[in-house]
Write a protein that binds this ligand. Structure first.
Ligand code: 1HE
Length: 267
């Protein structure tokens, strides 16, 4: 059961330019049911129209325990295919949308929860985060895009190991394997994610669009095609009034300086 329906399965809040989207089914560890995925799709659609970046997080002790296994057990194979294809559509709205998404991870990031996180552009894991792909043990397979996205992030060999053995990986391992770009102290993922989302939100919108949509596609192209598309995107982004103003701001010393880490020797 998903509760009485009076509480929102997904919370949504606009904090300045950043939309905050929260998985809100903590009693079921934010497991993703059909109703959750539709509520989530609506939140993503809304963020696309009114925010310049978004953060996805989970309420309660865990980010997300993946597919709702209680609901899945009653499905026929064709219903399973339709469900999987719907997850693909919704996660593609994130991955190839027009605004950057940051995932704030804590606790369980398991199965479909990791597939969701893998469709975002920046992932922050706090010290309580753990990753697992127990599909082998459950007698199923990934269905939310993980075979493509998770495998590309950490490599098919590591992913296969997690699926075959049920191995649970720590936040540090996730960072080493390329699953997450940032580590945060326990309870600190959301603040860090918001900080990063605000920075990304301040970029030129067309640059962000190119980063989200051209960069990953170029990885699937031949080098020649990739270099060609890069030039076109470079010219297109440079031709906007926003780029002209930002370039002028740098030359007139009005731009925010690079945040160079302390300890880096530079003259
Ligand atoms: C669930 C789910 C779920 C918890 N679907 N109900 N995902 C999994 O195989 C992970 C399954 N979950 C777990 O291993 C654990 O719940 C956690 C490690 C994530 C969290 O442990 P814990 O001790 O905090 O919680 P809990 O006591 O195990 O669970 C609390 C309740 O949430 C309990 O229900 P209750 O009615 O007994 O209170 C659990 O049954 C329920 N719950 N996870 C349904 N996933 C598109 S393909 C994607 C394929 C996958 O995602 S496969 C991986 C599925």
């Amino acid at each position: 059961m998903e509760g009485t329906g009076t509480e929102a399965l997904i919370t949504y809040e606009l904090r300045g330019p950043v939309a905050l989207i929260g998985l809100n089914r903590p009693d079921k560890r934010n497991a993703i049911s059909d109703r959750v995925i539709e509520a989530f799709a609506e939140a993503v659609r809304r963020a696309e129209t009114e925010a310049r970046a978004a953060v996805i997080h989970g309420h309660g002790k865990h980010f997300c325990a993946g597919l709702d296994l209680g609901e899945h057990v009653t499905k026929t194979p064709i219903q399973g295919v339709r469900g999987s294809r719907r997850w693909h559509e919704v996660f593609a709205m994130i991955e190839r949308g027009t605004i950057p998404y940051v995932a704030a991870l804590h606790g369980a990031v398991v199965g479909g929860g990791l597939e969701l996180a893998a469709s975002t552009h920046i992932r922050v894991a706090d010290a309580t985060t753990f990753f697992a792909l127990p599909e082998g043990q459950r007698g199923i397979f990934v269905g939310g895009g993980g075979a493509v996205r998770i495998a590309r992030l950490m490599g098919a060999a590591r992913m296969g190991d997690l699926m075959l053995t049920g191995r649970v990986a720590t936040a540090e391992e996730g960072e080493r394997w390329g699953l997450v770009q940032y580590l945060a102290p326990a309870g600190g993922a959301l603040d860090r994610a918001l900080e990063l989302a605000n920075i990304a939100a301040s970029n030129a919108e067309l640059s962000n669009y190119a980063i989200l949509n051209a960069l990953p596609r170029i990885q699937d192209m031949s080098s020649e095609d990739g270099l060609f598309v890069e030039s076109i995107m470079s010219a297109l982004t440079s031709a906007t009034p926003e780029a002209a103003e930002r370039l002028r701001a740098f030359l007139e010393k009005r731009a925010r300086p690079l945040d160079i880490p302390k300890g880096v020797a530079h003259g």
